[in-house]
Design a binder for this molecule. Sequence first.
Ligand code: ZN
Length: 139
Amino acid sequence: MKSFRKELVFNVPSRRGFINITREVEQALHESGIKEGLALVNSMHITSSVFINDDEGGLHHDYEKWLEKLAPHEPVREYRHNDTGEDNADAHMKRQVMGREVVVAVTNGQLDFGTWEQIFYGEFDGRRRKRVLVKIMGE
Ligand code: ZN
């Protein structure tokens, strides 16, 4: 069995944003040479997510509104976590809702997606360098 590891780096210039990282994961799969197996993609930070859904701008706008309703950034003083001097309690919660990682089947050297599936990095506390781990195992 072969094993391949790669870190992707993102620096979202705003506090929040969604980035389609499907091409980067496909590139990693190509580099791995693995044809049959599993690809794990996870955020290496507790204030950002990796998830699978549709690459549709309206949907991303709806996520932003929905997440802000669930865990509004302001007022930052409402959160106990922010008593530590941070202002990112909402980002921890948004990450929890949108998830840490995805696992995608690798079949015949391709990511074996369902209809319209794409992989996204969801940033909830950006404006700094953050990492995503890609681990691919198989033959
Ligand atoms: Zn924090």
